[in-house]
Design a protein around this ligand. Structure first.
Ligand SMILES: Cc1ncc(C[n+]2csc(CCOP(=O)(O)OP(=O)(O)O)c2C)c(N)n1
Length: 639
């Protein structure tokens, strides 16, 4: 990518927040426009979280203008709205590398800058982190300010509620800025969102209340009495009438709601809020996508976008060749087909209706579709409740976010032998979003849970069969599959039930066995074809199940060739390869040599998926190279 010069006369003079503190409000307004232009031009090339970052430009400027960052600590929630923050805090010159391999992250990262106080990516962490930093400040007897900036979507997470509950009680100086744009990735759901909405319309309520009082007073005879009565019930209506009463009741000083694109207002309010003591909640109203017509019109499409044409807002398609159906789409189509035949099937998403492929299901079966908000833990236990009443809940959550619900899967699903279907999308490498978003842990964390079946399809066709198998299986099942397009195999007209715990040999060989799972099966097959030309004959096994493993199939194959390669798009520790090693050991196959391919014990940086597969040696090249190396080694000797 070429290095674009950051355009704009004021932005050219700004590198750090201290530079903006010298500017007047007029210049800050010009700077806001220049920032917007830079963000749009960059994201049009790199892709990224455009709409959220456009909505926070003025807020970011005002916060860095008023507070003495980085001494004062600003903690972003999710962090996808922090592009202006990155540009203003020393990363202007490298902003064009946003989300690229070896470039800057799309989220605040502690190792990237002292202005990135906390590494983020998952929703709802900011208030908890801010309370910790606040307590540390008190222990150290220091005097900096702590400011958490959280969206109205993230405010609905369990963690945010837990942290509000705690912070209100601790009564320490802490500022929470609620960046309310009324949406998250999908339209917001839940009572908190409805409550915030009522606050915004609160002024109307207050006006209506005084008009009602005047009207009652003027009724001869009973008017005064009725006014007294309304005063009496006013206390109980307080939460409806006083904006922010819920936060006040929790121990916060509530300020707002204020307009989030007026820099003069924002700066004045922040100056005042800065000196308030105790926990403060400042409610700021912003517009997602602000300043770019297409993003304002379609904030959800522009939440996270691939490279696009600025003039038309349309995605830049790289070529016109037909692409295979994505795993997500395959899941979305299959669940509709299954739900048409089985009225007990329900679908659940945690604020990712579109991302998990459930939009069409939601339209066709609105009464059986549940968006529970950004609440993965609740999603899983809610599903367990449905299943305990004989429904068949299918919970679709990205692998990285399902990490939140480990205990719910263990305690509320498996322990009770409740048949919930977990659909684990975006497993493996996700690409540009990087380490907060890769789904590299699920095979390891899921296979430790008793009675949970864990499977991974080798391609989009097998996914439909696995989904059918899962909804018919009457046990708890997790199906994990990768982000993006399928392999491009022919798709059978309808899904069928597979035998639980049965893998398949897809190629027979004499020299070694490649045991693969999920996205690594087709590369393993390709590697075997190449090896064949070099006179190395490899068996290729599609394990299908991480749990239960197909004991007979795997042990017999290992026994025959004594050289085994396991391949997985998951961390090595505790994953599929570990499971195979345990199996061979437990079955007395001590003389097998085993090489495990997967992700070593580290967090994986951002880079395109295929590049990461190459780096970690789980593509056809890497598998073939390991096989060649193995063929040069004699089999392991029994001691
Ligand atoms: C635990 C978790 N679940 C899901 C997501 C995916 N996600 C990223 S941003 C987002 C919406 C956040 O909405 P909000 O906080 O209102 O920010 P906005 O984008 O509207 O500015 C969601 C659901 C996530 N980051 N973390």
């Amino acid at each position: 990518m070429t290095t674009d010069k950051i355009q704009g006369s004021i932005l050219e003079t700004v590198n750090y927040p201290e530079d903006i503190r010298k500017l007047d409000v007029g210049s800050l307004n010009t700077l806001a426009e220049e920032l917007r232009r830079t963000i749009i031009q960059t994201v049009a090339k790199t892709g990224g979280h455009l709409a959220s970052s456009l909505g926070t430009v003025e807020l970011t400027l005002a916060v860095h203008y008023v507070f003495n960052t980085p001494r004062d600590k600003v903690i972003w929630d999710v962090g996808h709205q922090a592009y202006a923050h990155k540009i203003l805090t020393g990363r202007k010159a490298v902003f064009h590398t946003l989300r690229q391999k070896d470039g800057i992250s799309g989220f605040p990262r502690r190792e990237e800058s002292p202005f990135d106080v906390f590494t983020v990516g998952h929703s709802g962490t900011s208030i908890s982190a801010a309370t910790g930093i606040t307590e540390a400040r008190c222990l150290k007897k220091e005097s900096f300010k702590t400011i958490a900036i959280i969206g109205d979507g993230a405010m609905t997470t369990g963690m945010a509620f837990e942290a509000l509950n705690w912070a209100g009680d601790r009564d320490k100086d802490l500022i929470i800025i609620l960046n309310d744009n009324e949406v998250s990735i999908s339209p917001n759901v839940g009572a908190m969102s409805a409550y915030l909405n009522r606050i915004m319309t609160g002024q109307t309520v207050t006006r209506l209340r005084s008009e009602l009082k005047n009207f009652l007073k003027n009724i001869p005879g009973i008017g005064e009495q009725m006014v007294k009565f309304t005063r009496h019930i006013e206390e109980s209506l307080k939460t409806l009438i006083i904006p922010g009463a819920l936060f006040e009741e929790l121990g916060f000083t509530y300020v707002g709601p204020i307009e989030g694109h007026r820099l003069d207002h924002l700066i004045r309010t922040l100056e005042n809020v800065k000196d308030l003591s105790g926990p403060v909640l400042l409610h700021v109203l912003t517009k997602k996508g602000k300043g770019y017509k297409f993003a304002e019109e379609e904030p959800l499409r522009f939440h996270g976008v691939a490279p696009f044409d600025i003039e038309t807002g349309r995605p830049l398609s790289l070529n016109d060749r037909p692409v295979p159906v994505s795993y997500t789409k395959m899941f979305g189509n299959t669940i509709i087909e299954l739900a048409r035949m089985n009225p007990r099937i329900c679908a659940i998403t945690a604020a990712m209706c579109d991302g998990t492929g459930l939009s069409e299901f939601a339209k066709e079966f609105p009464e059986r579709f549940y968006d529970v908000g950004i609440a993965e833990q609740h999603a899983v236990t809610f599903a367990a409740g449905l299943a305990s009443e004989n429904f068949v809940p299918v919970v679709a959550i990205y692998s990285t976010f399902l990490q939140r619900a480990y205990d719910q899967i263990l305690h509320d699903v498996s322990l009770q032998k409740i048949p919930v279907v977990l659909v684990v999308d975006r497993s493996g490498f996700v690409g540009d979003d990087g380490p907060t978003h890769h789904g590299l842990f699920d095979m390891s964390y899921l296979r430790t849970i008793p009675d949970l079946v864990v499977m991974a399809p080798k391609d989009e066709n097998e996914l439909q069969h696995m989904l059918k198998t899962a909804v018919e299986s009457e046990c708890a099942v997790a199906i994990r599959y990768p982000r993006g397009k399928g392999v491009g195999v022919p798709v059978e007209p309808s899904p069928r039930i597979m035998e639980l715990g049965k893998g398949e040999i897809i190629r027979e060989g004499e020299d070694l066995a490649i045991m693969a799972i999920g996205s690594t099966v087709h590369p393993a097959l390709e590697a075997a074809e190449r090896l064949h030309k070099e006179n190395i004959s490899a068996t290729v096994i599609n394990a299908r199940f991480v749990k239960p493993l197909d004991r007979n199939l795997l042990c017999e194959a290992a026994e025959k060739v004594k050289k085994v390669i396991t391949v997985e798009e998951n961390i090595l520790m505790g994953g599929f390869g570990s499971a195979v090693l345990e199996l061979l050991q437990d079955n007395g196959l001590h003389d097998c040599r085993v090489a495990r391919l997967g992700v070593r014990d580290e967090f994986v940086p951002q880079a395109p998926q295929d590049e990461l597969r190459k780096i970690y040696g789980i593509d056809a090249d890497g598998i073939a190279a390991t096989a060649r190396m193995m063929m040069r080694c004699p089999p392991a000797k029994r001691k």
